[in-house]
Design a protein around this ligand. Structure first.
Ligand SMILES: NC(=O)c1ccc[n+]([C@@H]2O[C@H](COP(=O)([O-])OP(=O)(O)OC[C@H]3O[C@@H](n4cnc5c(N)ncnc54)[C@H](O)[C@@H]3O)[C@@H](O)[C@H]2O)c1
Length: 351
């Protein structure tokens, strides 16, 4: 798949053997590898020299400007300057930090990204967003900077924990609900195969998710217009990540956010019950973590929502879905309706 970007067009390639990794080796390459991936796949990384390698522990606490600067600092020690290539291998956290580094280091260096989580493969690897957390605010700092190449090697998903695999499925379910009737039907048909990590089916859903995202990011790379619609469910999702202190992983929070958005649309009369019932079943199948009521406490959620980038004023803004699968920006959400939806969704998911 070729992605058009104002910076540079780039390729996303599915590979079925790890030989691509050795082919990337070159004297000017600096590697940033997720710590778990580094330990799980020693055969891939054993030949890398320590001074060309940064091992990153992927936690939200590490997605900071300090971590990005620590990597920049290490890159300054290399003989190669603007001709250095950054090769990063990991999930969305490695991507967010290394995308930022690739963008600011010498005002932009070559960057190759190898997503190792389902979430990074089906969503974040395209679109060029780089994000860092600042104080308690999620993704407050960031830039746009796409990679030069993305290599998708789905064998990496075999070792994902249940929590992280299901988090990736959260984004897959989101894209397929946004696709409309055909997307929902395909999810309903293949849900069990997806949950069983069937390679062919997972690979297909990664592709349909990226295909759905591609026209939005190409038409509105800098998130000024229609790309904002891709944030469906994210206002609530980001808030739950914050209120749960990241116990709820990103894609799972987005899946729960979809239900909150759906419940609000239903109560407004904008979404048919028959569609919402199908969304609820899909979301419940993939949300398998123990939820705590305090994470859904209205004041904390509203507080977190107000710090979200998408908020433009004092009113609460979110993207809601209607019965024709149109996504609409709503600027008039009330605390009462968010509160009702939070209570409903929590009770439904823990029942
Ligand atoms: N830039 C964007 O466009 C964008 C989009 C969506 C999400 N994000 C960000 O991505 C982050 C979430 O990323 P994520 O869900 O990909 O995961 P992650 O990077 O947070 O990693 C989750 C866990 O999986 C481990 N892991 C990674 N690959 C593995 C593998 N193959 N086998 C075993 N363990 C592995 C990691 O070590 C980590 O413990 C959030 O910070 C979110 O805000 C960014």
């Amino acid at each position: 798949m070729n992605i058009k970007s104002k910076f540079k067009d780039y390729e996303v390639v599915q590979v079925d053997s790890d030989s691509f990794f050795k082919e990337l080796a070159q004297p000017n390459a600096y590697y940033v590898i997720d710590k778990n991936v580094y330990e799980l796949y020693p055969e891939l990384f054993q030949s890398l020299r320590e001074d060309f390698l940064f091992i990153l522990e992927s936690t939200e606490e590490n997605k900071t400007i300090e971590m990005a600067l620590a990597i920049c600092e290490r890159i300054t020690k290399l003989p190669a300057k603007r001709n250095v290539s950054l090769i990063s291998c990991g999930g969305g956290i490695v991507q967010d930090v290394t995308g930022f580094v690739a963008n600011v280091m010498y005002r932009g260096i070559k960057w190759i990204f190898i997503p190792t989580t389902l979430l990074a493969a089906c969503d974040s690897c395209i679109g060029g967003k780089t994000s860092l957390n600042y104080k308690s605010y999620k993704n407050l700092l960031g830039t746009f900077y796409p990679p030069d190449h993305v290599f998708l090697f789905t064998r990496f998903f075999d070792t994902l924990s249940e929590r992280d695999f299901l988090s990736g499925l959260g984004e897959v379910v989101k894209f397929n609900i946004m696709r409309g009737e055909a997307g929902i039907e395909s999810m309903e048909r293949d849900l069990n195969l997806l949950l069983a990590r069937d390679k062919v089916v997972v690979g297909r859903f990664v592709e349909t998710s990226l295909e759905f995202k591609k026209p939005f990011i190409e038409a509105d790379e800098f998130d000024k217009g229609e790309r904002i619609l891709l944030n469906f469910a994210h206002t609530f999702g980001h808030s739950l990540e914050v209120t749960s202190r990241y116990h709820i992983p990103h894609g799972t929070a987005v899946a729960i956010g979809m239900m909150i958005a759906g419940e609000i649309s239903l109560k407004r009369g904008d979404l048919r019950k028959s569609i919402f019932d199908r969304i609820k079943i899909l979301v419940k199948a993939i949300v398998r973590i123990d939820l705590e009521r305090e994470w859904f406490e209205i004041n904390s959620v509203i507080n977190a929502m107000k710090k979200d980038k998408k908020q433009t004023g004092d009113t609460l803004t979110a993207i809601l879905l209607d019965s024709d699968f149109r996504l609409n920006i709503k600027n008039d959400l009330t605390t009462a309706e968010v509160s009702q939806a939070l209570l409903f969704v929590f009770d439904y998911l823990v029942s």
